[in-house]
Write a protein that binds this ligand. Structure first.
Ligand SMILES: [Zn+2]
Ligand SMILES: [Zn+2]
Length: 143
């Protein structure tokens, strides 16, 4: 059966479609990020993998993160602080706290008009990633 007909959530089909081998480490990494529903730093990822008894050498985790990000299965959100990684299943924008680096998803649909307006005003557009980042202060850091 061709991969196109596989459910989009099937991690093995997803990795194969991007020409990546389905190593246990990559599958666990993807599963962890999907189930967390958040953007995690490499250190948080290593911690959580260790907690579930599937700890990997951090070098392996970094390499997997790079490989998965290079093909667009994951995406990287630069800090402040360490880069955070999220899955790219649903296109979304990011809001990033400029003090603590906390990242939250921003769904694209309610912001479609705002994104058009931003491009009109500044020429900045989301590009192929479909994603813009907004920086501010999170609820904890803001005073
Ligand atoms: Zn994201
Ligand atoms: Zn913050």
């Amino acid at each position: 059966m061709p991969d196109e007909t596989a459910p989009p959530q099937d991690p093995r089909a997803l990795l194969r479609r991007h020409g990546l081998r389905c190593t246990a480490g990559r599958l666990r990494l993807l599963a962890l990020l999907r189930s967390s529903g958040r953007h995690l730093t490499p250190a948080q990822i290593c911690d959580q993998l260790a907690r579930t008894g599937s700890g990997r050498h951090s070098t392996t985790v970094y390499r997997s993160l790079e490989a998965l990000t290079a093909v667009g299965v994951l995406h990287a959100v630069p800090g402040p602080g360490p880069t955070r990684y999220g899955v790219s299943d649903e296109p979304h924008h990011h809001v990033v706290c400029q003090r603590c680096g906390h990242v939250a998803d921003l769904p694209c649909a309610p912001l479609a008009d705002a994104v058009v307006r931003i491009e009109q005003l500044t020429g900045l557009h989301p590009g192929t990633s479909g994603s813009l980042s907004f920086y501010g202060l999170c609820a904890i850091c803001g005073d």
